[in-house]
Write a protein that binds this ligand. Structure first.
Ligand code: AMP
Ligand code: TRP
Length: 333
């Protein structure tokens, strides 16, 4: 069945292997399934929930767009645009913030993590960020949303908002409650330095992640320095959860080679890490280096990227402005 797909990625710093394996790779597969209508958004309004340098934001938007294209998204098949260029996102976010409940937002674990100890100092935007995310999704009647595991709770909130709005305004099925699409395996890629922490843009150590625009030598060096232990590679996956760094590296290898964890474990059973890391480096370089070369090439052509974003915004605006005017009528404006 044809699906309406929506997803977003923040333009804050470099995209990394976690973004690629947890989300973007899936965006490309969905785009290439027949009949799907896909909308992929560079969510710049979400990015400013934490401080951004205004001199760098525009280039970060272009860089994320370049990463989308370099990973295989095709602007002829999918709508690719940046969120702030379609006003309906902010407008609907406000209306839906009158439907969402404080109690629902208070449960969001990502806010707790991102706000840290001093919640009083977090921006209000960071707190209500999941409502903007719901607006993104609901504006396009999206049926499926490919995301990493960490966004599951926000998707549940989006469904709650849709259902409450439909009941409150007596407009059954007007807002479509979306299904999350979360990869069954390897949905969380972990830090190369600490297997219990997510690979993340915000980790101060660059050695903790592989960026999509890392050079070949950087990739090899980061894998060489990735944390392991002094045992050999396991012969079965049973006790791997006690060795989170090893499990993560085996997972990355499996995901990039499109095979299951068992096959990877069998392939390297009893081998030492230097041999495994050499193979892993070769594979990461083979899969990521072409993307990196392409990002760096596209990124230099600012006019081309800006044209893609403008064209995408025009298409997105057509869909979104229709939905927003229906929604305003329902609310009574
Ligand atoms: P963000 O960079 O936070 O905007 O995330 C963009 C997408 O990448 C979202 O769908 C996230 O769930 C996904 N993602 C981010 N970090 C990881 C990770 N370490 N492993 C898997 N997916 C991730
Ligand atoms: N909040 C998501 C993240 O940080 C990004 C995002 C914004 C998103 N709007 C979205 C993802 C809509 C899916 C659908 O990763």
């Amino acid at each position: 069945m044809a699906k309406k797909i929506f997803s977003g990625v923040q333009p804050s710093g470099n995209l990394h292997l976690g973004n690629y394996l947890g989300a973007i790779k899936n965006f490309v597969n969905l785009q290439n399934e027949e009949n799907n209508e896909c909308v992929y958004c560079v969510v710049d309004l979400h990015a400013i929930t934490v401080k951004q340098d205004p001199n760098e934001l525009k280039d970060s938007i272009r860089e994320t767009t370049a990463a989308f294209l370099a990973s295989g998204l095709d602007y002829k098949k999918s709508i690719i645009f940046n969120q702030s260029s379609v006003a309906a996102h902010s407008e609907v976010s406000w209306i839906l913030s009158c439907t969402a409940r404080m109690g629902w937002l208070n449960r969001m674990t990502q806010f707790k993590e991102k706000a840290g100890k001093d919640k009083e100092k977090a921006s209000v935007g960071l707190y209500i960020y999941p409502i903007l995310m719901a607006a993104d999704i609901l504006l396009y009647d999206s049926t499926h949303v490919p995301v990493g595991e960490d966004q599951k709770q926000h998707l549940e909130l989006c469904r709650d908002i849709a259902q409450k709005f439909n009941i409150e305004f007596n407009c059954q099925n007007f807002l479509v409650a979306p299904e999350p699409l979360i990869q069954k395996s390897f949905s969380r890629i972990m830090s190369l330095k600490d297997g219990t922490k997510k690979m993340s843009k915000s980790d101060p150590s660059d050695l903790s992640r592989i960026n999509l625009n890392d050079s070949k030598d950087t990739i090899i060096n980061k894998i060489k320095k990735a944390k392991t232990d002094d045992k050999t590679l396991p012969s079965d996956k049973k006790n791997l959860n006690e060795r989170p760094e090893v499990e993560n590296l085996l997972g990355i290898y499996s995901s990039l080679s499109d095979q299951n964890l068992e096959s990877t474990v069998n392939e390297f059973s009893g081998k030492n890490f230097s041999e495994f890391k050499k193979k892993l480096s070769e594979l990461v370089v083979e899969k990521i280096s072409p993307i990196s070369v392409e990002i760096n090439k596209l990124y230099k052509d600012k006019e081309f990227i800006d044209k893609i974003l403008n064209d995408g915004a025009e298409k997105a605006n057509k869909i979104a402005s229709k939905k927003v005017s229906e929604l305003k009528k329902i609310v009574g404006f």
